[in-house]
Structure formats: C-alpha cells, structure tokens
Design a protein around this ligand. Structure first.
Ligand code: ZN
Length: 475
C-alpha cells in the first residue's frame, strides 16, 4: 500500500528512538553520510533549515551591535598551546595538517576546532586603545573536531556554526555581553525553534576549555535526554593574556581586555528533529520550515482544481508565505505522507467538491487536526494559523518538558529519574567526586546549575549543598 509506505520506513519512535532519528534524518533528505567517516552532507532540505536559522540569528546579532567577519580555517599549532586549558581540552580532537604543496610544513597547522586563538592573535593587533573597544564580531564558519562516535547533526567531525567573539575594557561589560547573548539564544530557541530551554551556568567539569565561566542552554528531547543547544562563555583575561591583547585605558595604563565567546551550530537541526518529531517524521515550526505550506490537489483532473491551486499559491507567495504546490503524479495519499514526514506545518487540500462550496481543507502537522477554510479568506487564515502553530508548538514542548522535571535527594533517586526519561533536579556539594559518581552510576551529567539553591544537602555525599543542578543523560 502506497499510503503507509513512508511511515513504515521510519522506525517506531517509542521503541527505537535512535533508529527513528537516523531514519528521519535520511528519509526526509536532510542529511547523508559523507565518504570520510564522521562527516555529513547537509542536503538542500536540511540546508534550507540552516539558512532560516542563520537569517533569524544573524538579524539578532546585528541588532545587538555585532558585525560579521571571517578568519582563516588553519591555525598555527603554536597558537593552540598558548592557553593551557584550551590546548588540553581540544588536543584529543584536533585534526592537524602536516604536509602541503608536496612538502612537510615547518610548523603543523590545526584545522580550527574553534577560533579563540586565531581571533585573539588578530585582536592583539587591532586593539590599541580604549577607543577601539568594545570589539563585537561574529563569524559564520565550519569547524572540525575529530569524534570517535558520530551522529548526523549531533556529533560530526565537521559542522557549521557561528562563533561570536568580543573584547571589552572591563570585566563587568564582558560578563554582561556573555549573559546578553545567552538571552538572545534563549529568545531565539523559544520563539523561532519553538523549543523551551533551560539556561544556566555549567559546572567546572563541563565548562569550555579556557573559559572562566560557561553558560549553556539545554533542551529536552522527546526521549527525555538533554541536548546542549548553545553556549556562551565568559573568558575573563585568559585569552587576552595568552595573546597579549592590551589597550591603553583612559587613565593612561596598559590593561588586558576581557573577552567572551558564544556559539550555536547545526546541532540545532538535531534539536528540532528530536524536540518536535513524531511517529510520522519531522514536525517543523513555521519560522524555520523550508516550506510552510504544501498545496495538494485532490482529483486534479477535475475542472478548476489545478487553477485554484495555482491561484492559492500565488496569493500565499504574495503574502510572503513559503509555499509548495505538489503537482506531481503521485496519489494524494502518497503526497500527504511525504509532506507529513518532511514536517511541513500546514497542508491545503483542494478538491472539486469543496471548491464548489467555496472551501478548501487545512491540515495542521503539529496537531494532525483538519479544518475548513473559505477560499476568500485563505491568505489571512493561513497566516494566522501558521502563527498559531508556532505558538502551540512551543507550548506543547513546554508542557512535555515540565511534566518530566523531577526532584531527587539520593543517587538512586537520580538514577530512577533519568531511567524514566526525566531531567532530575538535585542538590550538589560542589565537589568533582560527587559529580563523577553521578555520571558513573547513572550515565547522567550535570547540565546546568540553577540560580537559586533549592536543596539543603548533596544527593550523593549528604554534605551541605552549594548548588541545585539539573542532571540528565545528554547527547
Ligand atoms: Zn557531594
């Protein structure tokens, strides 16, 4: 039966979530595996989502005063070793170029895993005076981190991202920038990706190599695991000292700058898939969906149907809606399945009998609910419905997540909580030993610390708690 063939091709989301994820990635043609192990090819449908993410984020970066620039892919090995924690953190996963032009290079070159070092080097040349500050830059780029186990979008050797890099005269300004960009990410995740996120400070163990403090945003996937969806780092003067980024301050004294960096990547596409997807495949929020509406003719040969479809498409396009008219010779049932699997937020079914009555049928991908719409009101109705889908998807994701946040006051409690697919809030004394023990016994890691302390005691050792922490298994 053609009607169910797509759904049958996707593994069951309830019983085999990892395979479901892989199937959705491949069968909706978001991504394919590259010839080099651990690399991915982002196909046009996946890249269109990334372009929508880029457009929305880029506008927000520019609105907060940042400018885009581009720095080289290759970094001298000696740069990586200048910041001790940084080199230690990234050493296991860097790819190194040793030969070029048929010769061995005098100094090996690192394929950037991130750009703090090369940007620090350039900032040391560009920043001389307090008048040169703040420097607020972003770059859209690829980076490479050699990974042993890989999964499309979540962990691949090469991925696309943006990395913001800023330099400031004072600690206060740099911290403010770090928190401001975390806020930009949160607003973007919620209002564009329809994914509610939990933001907070990372523990020492989980912070970025070379940062004074790392702040992350964590999103819950449908299997209850967490996906770190963005990070913002306060770097203090660590990179400024390593790369000698100094400025002459108003008081005539030479001082090191304070820097921040922040990034999100194509991981966000993985977050979209796993936060919203269902048994039929992708469910995309309208703001990032490559196509927001698909028009499917029913009994296309009957008089007036194709003309009506073309007319609806023209009206919606004129109103700025991303719309596709599927005029292929597949059956309507086949088209329904295909576009549902690809997560198109709205479907318009145009049939001869409805047309006679001046109506079409609208189908919402997120709720699977059908409704009638008068042809004369199609544009306004579709636009309002897309807004509604966008809002409802966020709300539904928030309800799903909030139902799965539990508290625990023992190691067994944390284990039971994460086994059941929850985020677990628990008290923590602040020592690495207890954090490691949780990881070892439950396979859950500390995601972020809450601002408020909600617990009196550490769930592991029973000593006084310094923080309440979200623990979860994570991608
Ligand atoms: Zn403890």
């Amino acid at each position: 039966m053609a009607k169910d063939s797509f759904v049958e091709n996707i593994a069951d989301i309830e019983s085999d979530f990892p395979q479901w994820y892989t199937d959705v990635c491949k069968k909706t043609q978001l991504v394919d595996y590259g010839p080099v192990k651990g690399t991915m090819v982002i196909r046009p449908y996946g890249y269109a989502i990334w372009e929508n993410i880029q457009r929305e984020l880029d506008a927000r970066f520019k609105a907060t005063g940042h400018k885009n620039a581009y720095f080289p892919l290759l970094i001298p090995m000696s740069f990586m070793t200048k910041e001790a924690e940084h080199v230690e953190g990234f050493a296991p996963e860097v790819a190194v170029v040793t030969h070029a032009g048929g010769e061995e290079l005098a100094e090996p070159l690192v394929v950037r895993p991130t750009s703090e070092t090369i940007i620090g080097n350039m900032y040391s040349k560009w920043i001389q005076s307090y008048r040169d500050l703040p420097v607020l830059m972003n770059q859209w780029a690829n980076v490479m981190r050699w990974e042993k186990t890989t999964r499309p979008f979540l962990r691949t050797s090469e991925f696309l991202w943006q990395e913001g890099h800023t330099a400031h005269a004072t600690e206060e300004e740099a911290v403010e920038e770090t928190m401001k960009m975390l806020g930009v990410y949160k607003e973007f995740a919620e209002n564009v990706l329809a994914i509610p996120v939990i933001c907070g400070k990372k523990t020492e163990k989980e912070k970025f190599a070379g940062a004074v403090a790392t702040y992350g945003m964590e999103a819950m996937m449908k299997d209850g695991k967490s996906l770190q969806s963005g990070t913002s780092h306060y770097l203090g003067q660590n990179f400024a000292k390593a790369f000698d980024i100094k400025f002459l301050d108003k008081d005539g004294v030479q001082k090191h700058v304070y820097t921040s960096s922040w990034g999100v990547s194509t991981r966000l596409i993985g977050a979209l898939i796993m936060a919203h997807g269902d048994a039929r495949g992708l469910v995309l929020p309208p703001k990032v969906a490559p196509e927001q509406v698909v028009i499917v003719p029913i009994a296309a040969k009957k008089g007036g149907v194709l003309e009506a479809c073309a007319d609806i498409r023209a009206q919606l396009e004129a109103a700025g809606v991303r719309v596709i008219f599927d005029n292929s010779d597949n059956s309507p049932g086949w088209k329904f399945n295909e576009w549902e699997m690809k997560g198109v937020p709205l479907r318009i079914e145009v049939g001869p009998r409805d047309l006679e009555a001046g109506k079409v049928i609208l189908f919402r991908r997120d709720t699977l609910v059908k409704s009638e719409c008068n042809l004369s009101e199609i544009t306004n109705t579709v636009k309002a419905l897309l807004d509604c889908v966008q809002r409802d998807m966020l709300e539904a994701a928030r309800v799903r997540r909030d139902e799965r946040i539990v508290k625990a006051d023992s190691l067994d409690g944390i284990l039971a909580g994460v086994e059941a697919g929850n985020f677990v809030k628990a008290g923590w004394c602040g020592c690495r030993e207890c954090e490691d023990k949780i990881k070892e016994k439950t396979a859950a890691s500390s995601r972020v610390m809450l601002e408020e302390l909600e617990d009196e005691l550490c769930a592991v050792c029973g000593k006084p708690a310094k923080h309440t922490v979200y623990f979860a298994r994570a991608y």
